[in-house]
Design a protein around this ligand. Sequence first.
Ligand SMILES: Nc1ncnc2c1ncn2[C@@H]1O[C@H](COP(=O)(O)OP(=O)(O)OP(=O)(O)O)[C@@H](O)[C@H]1O
Ligand SMILES: [Mg+2]
Length: 403
Amino acid sequence: MSIDDIFKRLIERSLSSAVFKDREVLRPDYIPNELPHRDEEISKISSILAPIFRGERPSNIFIYGLTGTGKTAVVKYVLIKFEEYTAKIEKPFKYSYINCRYDDTTYRVLARLADSIGIKIPFTGLSTSEVFRRIINALDGLGIPLVVILDEVDSLVKKCGDELLYRLTRINEELKRGKITILGITNDVNFIERLDPRVKSSLGEEEVIFPPYDALQLEDILSRRAVKAFKPDVLEDGVISLCASIAAKEHGDARRALELLRVAGEIAEREGKSKVSKEHVFSARMEIEKDRVAEVIKTLPLHSKLVLLSLAISGNESKTTGDTYNTYRELCRSLGIDPVTQRRVSDILSELDMVGIINAKVINRGRYGKTRLISLNADLNTLLKALKEDERIENIVKNFRSR
Ligand SMILES: Nc1ncnc2c1ncn2[C@@H]1O[C@H](COP(=O)(O)OP(=O)(O)OP(=O)(O)O)[C@@H](O)[C@H]1O
Ligand SMILES: [Mg+2]
């Protein structure tokens, strides 16, 4: 076969799919044109924002709900609708969507905000108060309501404190004609409690809580999406309800359910099948879990990685904190670095338990008191592969693997 033929085939194969009609529909950032089971939240947020129709300032809103409960999708959807309807009745307003996980500094948030009202701020160089001054001038010039959406606002506060939030919630006092509404979104339960009380009360003028979806609701959401994403009759019976029930058992996360369905489809496609089966969903669950574990491990600090490696050395056996600490110390010695204290290792173990990579079970040993028995809760190969990517410990991991 000539190289041209090979390429023609490759292109054909990558363009045509036996299972997907439109895979994009299953991507996490796709905004569907219907959001079933969120009518109440949509109507609540819309009524809070309704003063926009009179050109007035709506109250600040704080939205809370676990991950994948549709907060981002609903808020974007509602604002797009507001844009459409305010255009019809000629009551202009503006909004600025900022995801604080990506724009996680005061300067970047302000630069985005400025951009949405048509002023360009250089990448660096201006003082925060100068940026504020320009924003205030521009807003007074416009004289229309501005809704600033701070999505995943906890990331910003974790990194920079709540100073910016404070100033933003106070900015209306400085404005003559303009007006700002802050709409904060988070999935962190404890976030609002950690805020300065003044910020807390003004950000939370109105609160909307997004409850998790149950299995039936997820099934409905998935079914509507699947019609657009898959070719007819590709999904075997029970595939959608299986994705829904797995996601519902965790915490009613629609993103997770959609991801399961998409990855199951991709696995079926890779295997050259024209049907997606329940087995594909189970394989998808494993694949996603492995990716998640690898992602978490990669971002751990060095000593946490060494603690994990100490656990990996004993394979599937459970160990006490003391045993783990001894192995960890040996690892540190062989690397020529100073170990942290046993107290710190014990904290590291609790952190690893919290993210679900290990299991720590407290057992009572009578007069010897209580101890924790620790075991790995992740696939050993996935774990070693992720640890090996850190060049500081690459060699010991390799040695360990060849043992
Ligand atoms: N009611 C719904 N109908 C259709 N799709 C939905 C619905 N709720 C959520 N989704 C989809 O699920 C995925 C996750 O939703 P979204 O991003 O809005 O979650 P979130 O609450 O913002 O989560 P996080 O706190 O992690 O940011 C998106 O792809 C979204 O389109
Ligand atoms: Mg979100």
